[in-house]
Write a protein that binds this ligand. Structure first.
Ligand SMILES: [Zn+2]
Length: 295
């Protein structure tokens, strides 16, 4: 054995094959002659965004109040904007949030929007996590009990998925997932055992407002000015239309529900609507369109 064998042994255990065995996305035409799709999605994490890494944060009241903004102000402002523009979205809501803010969940449903599964305590499904099954089951229970919702879509809290989580989505009957970053069109997951998984509506980190517009004690990062984000978002959407592809927003009311960021979102959605060739839809419709084309 050479010295380099020892030095890289842990990495050599990773098979030299694509991390995701799912076939590439087929090119399926969008409905109504549209040239691109915009999956308008919102993650309503509220306080769980701040407690998921450490349950001892339960009494860090100002840190939690970033999340509390969603129930008090942010989600309502986003719902108001979507109603003004006549667009329908998917809100991924952890079970804990549905229980803490039932009126907010009811307002989302009254607006005609979809509610998706986003765990219970917003715990990240990392490999070997002991809570994968509990997060799935309790998330379903809370959405059903508080809101009468049986979700068909799932977004992984914390933006991570392992093979056990992919299999759990199938076991729990979820039609689609929206967490992966490896394509620009919907595709069907194929699990490592070769069986069919959920439909994926892939995400681009460029449309995750948390990465662009929020900095706090427990989540420090540099932020981009709204006008710079707007330029980036417009340019990317225009190119996505040229590709005939889709984009998925990952918005959080504690970011995009703030005044300056809501103004940015209004301008961006106005641009998408003014083009006239972008299909703005919730995940269940985009996944349903893909599923119909598969058959
Ligand atoms: Zn989240």
């Amino acid at each position: 054995m050479s010295p380099t064998d020892d030095a890289t042994a842990a990495w050599d255990a990773i098979p030299a094959r694509p991390s995701n065995p799912s076939p590439p996305a087929p090119v399926v035409p969008w409905p109504g002659g549209k040239r691109a799709a915009l999956f308008l999605s919102v993650d309503v994490d509220a306080e769980t965004a701040w407690t998921d890494d450490d349950p001892r944060r339960g009494d860090h009241l100002v840190s939690l109040s970033f999340g509390g903004y969603e129930g008090r102000v942010g989600t309502a402002k986003m719902l108001e904007l979507f109603a003004q523009l006549g667009v329908t979205a998917t809100f991924f809501v952890p079970g804990w949030v549905a229980e803490a803010y039932p009126a907010m969940g009811e307002a989302i449903l009254r607006g005609g929007h979809e509610i998706g599964h986003h765990g219970y305590h917003h715990l990240r499904p990392d490999p070997g996590s002991p809570w994968i099954e509990a997060e799935m089951a309790r998330g379903f229970q809370a959405l059903r009990r508080r809101l009468g919702v049986v979700p068909v879509g799932y977004r992984a809290p914390g933006g991570e998925v392992c093979e056990a989580q992919r299999a759990a989505l199938v076991r729990h009957g979820l039609a689609y997932s929206s967490s992966f970053r490896d394509d620009v069109r919907p595709y069907r997951h194929r699990l490592r055992d070769g069986s069919a998984g959920a439909i994926e509506l892939p995400v681009s980190a460029n449309f995750d407002d948390w990465m662009l517009g929020l900095s706090a004690r427990f989540s420090p990062r540099s932020v981009m000015a709204p006008r710079d984000v707007l330029g980036m978002w417009r340019d990317e959407l225009d190119e996505i239309v040229e590709w005939g592809a889709m984009l998925t927003t990952v918005l959080h009311p504690q970011v995009s529900g703030r005044p300056g960021r809501l103004r940015l979102l209004r301008a961006f959605l106005g641009h998408a609507l003014a083009r006239g060739d972008v299909w703005i839809a919730p995940g269940r419709e985009i996944a349903g369109h893909f599923a119909a084309a598969e058959n």
